[in-house]
Write a protein that binds this ligand. Structure first.
Ligand code: CAA
Length: 294
């Protein structure tokens, strides 16, 4: 069985231990949930643990995205995606670095043939298959693959000292995980060209003005603010939240006419859920909704 399979087997056990039992069992469950990774830490936080928190934790290499780290990140995101008690996810790094890019030492001796045969870096796109909303909370460097991972998330918040950049050009290559595509859609051609062709990073302030990030917070309170926002998202119906994410993401892929058609069908389909009925009934009855479509 794969390690992912093993983790999925254990997760419900850990959850029931947390919900029903003694401090020792809770501590043991926490240890199990954080001790299974080498390059990241995971936790649940927010109201009743409904926010999944992933912290990239490879400080000596400024969270450079080696294969092991990416494997763990994708496994943790999948794990939270499959956890019915989690409604939203926050991904963060350290105050110095969200991530300084793909691991250059790991890539140094790769060749075209193996890149092509293995479709190198394509597996990073698994992050975009996660159906629950993900907030990237970026402090410090988000360079190359670091900036690209943040752009695969749904919302980016920046600490006031954050730096976003695509410096691949300075090491003789180009962005390979969205820097020429998602960045261009996010900030427009001239600014993306400037970042990709000069390799010079931009500040949090510039990233905010250019629309790459939606908010800036003081570095020390960034994660807390991101969790607060994720907690708000997780307070809504999970199925409707996911439909909303899917529909918003379609704006990147479809023409306006097709996108509007998709949105309309998704909107109409929300009327097949219990939560849509409950949400509107709760409004009319002036009470809080009780979501059941988990
Ligand atoms: N890969 C591997 N190791 C890295 C790394 C990376 N991307 N970034 C930093 N490190 C390592 C350094 O080699 C160093 O390790 P040692 O102590 O063993 O020498 C350690 O992290 C600390 O780094 P620095 O001493 O360089 O720290 P600094 O504060 O002086 O500089 C920095 C910080 C400006 C971020 C600098 O480390 C840097 O420029 N890093 C590389 C950034 C980069 O080019 N990223 C793009 C990678 S390619 C890519 O991502 C392709 C893609 O599209 C997916």
């Amino acid at each position: 069985m794969t390690s992912l399979g093993v983790m999925q087997m254990f997760r419900p056990v850990m959850r029931s231990m947390v919900m029903t039992s003694s401090p020792q069992k809770i501590a043991m469950a926490r240890m199990m949930s954080t001790g299974q990774y080498e390059f990241i830490k995971t936790d649940t936080t927010g109201t009743e643990g409904r926010v999944g928190l992933v912290t990239l934790n490879r400080p000596k290499a400024l969270n450079a995205l080696c294969a092991g780290l990416m494997d763990e990140l994708i496994r943790a995101l999948n794990d939270f995606d499959n956890d019915p008690t989690v409604g939203a996810i926050v991904v963060t790094g350290s105050e110095k670095a969200f991530a300084a890019g793909a691991d250059i030492k790991e890539m140094q001796n790769r060749d075209f043939q193996s890149n092509y045969k293995e479709n190198f870096l394509e597996w990073w796109s698994n992050i975009t298959l996660v159906r629950k909303p993900i907030i990237a909370a970026v402090n410090g460097y988000a360079l190359g693959g670091g900036c690209e991972i943040a752009m695969m998330c749904d919302i980016i918040y920046a600490g006031d000292k954050a730096r976003f950049g695509q410096p691949e050009i300075t090491i003789g290559t180009i962005p390979g995980a969205g820097g020429t595509q998602r960045l261009t859609r996010a900030i427009g051609k001239s600014r993306a060209m400037e970042m990709n062709l000069t390799g010079v990073p931009i500040t949090a302030e510039e990233a905010s003005q250019w629309g790459l990030v939606s908010r800036i917070f003081p570095a020390a309170s960034l994660v807390e603010e991101a969790v607060k926002s994720a907690d708000k998202i997780a307070s809504h119906s999970k199925i409707i939240t996911q439909i909303c994410k899917e529909s918003t993401n379609a704006a990147y892929e479809l023409s306006l006419r097709e996108g509007m058609r998709f949105e309309k069908r998704m909107f109409q389909s929300t009327f097949a859920t219990n939560d849509r009925k409950e949400g509107m009934t709760a409004f009319v009855e002036k009470r809080k909704p009780n979501w059941t479509d988990n």
